[in-house]
Design a protein around this ligand. Sequence first.
Ligand code: ADP
Ligand code: MG
Length: 309
Amino acid sequence: AVPLVVAINTTMAARNGMLIRDRIAMEEARDLDTIVFDKTGTLTKGEQGVVEVATTEDWDEDEALALMAAAESDSEHMIAEAVRAEARERELSVPSVREFEALKGRGVRATLEVETAAAPGIGESGMQDEETIHVGGPNLLRYLDVEPDDRLTSFADEAGERGQGVVYLIQDEQAIGAVALADVIREESYEAIEALHDMDVEIAMLTGDSKDVARAVSEELDIDTYFAEVLPEDKDKKIIELQEQNKLVAMVGDGVNDAPALTRSDVGIAIGSGTDVAVESAEVVLVENDPRDVAHLVRLSRKSYRKMQ
Ligand code: ADP
Ligand code: MG
């Protein structure tokens, strides 16, 4: 039989917007040493916006942005939406896509239809041709072994100092353009982390985003450690690293990318309108998109523990 006090607290949890899918995890929550938060969409709103565009010397901003928007046509990523929105705002004509591939945790690859400008004496003008381009962040640069020029590097450094992420346009193994993207920290995240610190829980952050952005968000929120530029398939390894230091670890996330880390952690917590995969991998589901509920969960678990003794 289910101990009465546990049953009561599961009901209490439900009333507070927490769905307990595994009661053992609810008990374990009182002993958590470290809580790892996904950044994008969990501690931040995940609604990106393009704040600035840069290109290498012989490229035009609008030209680069149009190609980026084309490459992002079929991507569901928030970054893709932001790039498309900026192209719409600037009323750019966006080339058609022949082939598209999402490169998970890195960016996208697309083959576009382009009009070739006729070189003098050769061919006709307005000929149809195709070209393959990539759009993505630092993980993509590493994957393709591309190094941006000084201009784009200082653009990215300045964006990084402002805590903004940068996504590059790559053509013929060269970065020719970049956009800086801003996300917004959730107001509730400050309180959530303060409350957890007060309960002696360490906070870590796990993200596929750049080190610059991770550092800026960590400093702003007073987060103890962060893991940046982590590929989706490596997220669970960071949880294992913490567990190998004898820590009881919870993971809080919302995305498909977070599922292996949610499964691996001692207490997997899916937050908000998380994807089905995230929910399936978690022991606790927080119904609202509110990181403060993580602190509520630990508090509730500690309260029920005391009653059971
Ligand atoms: P997170 O771990 O923050 O939820 P993802 O794993 O989805 O992020 O992506 C990690 C990084 O890969 C992003 O910060 C971005 O640099 C790059 N990226 C992923 N998808 C795209 C895309 N569609 N367009 C451009 N960049 C992308
Ligand atoms: Mg996320």
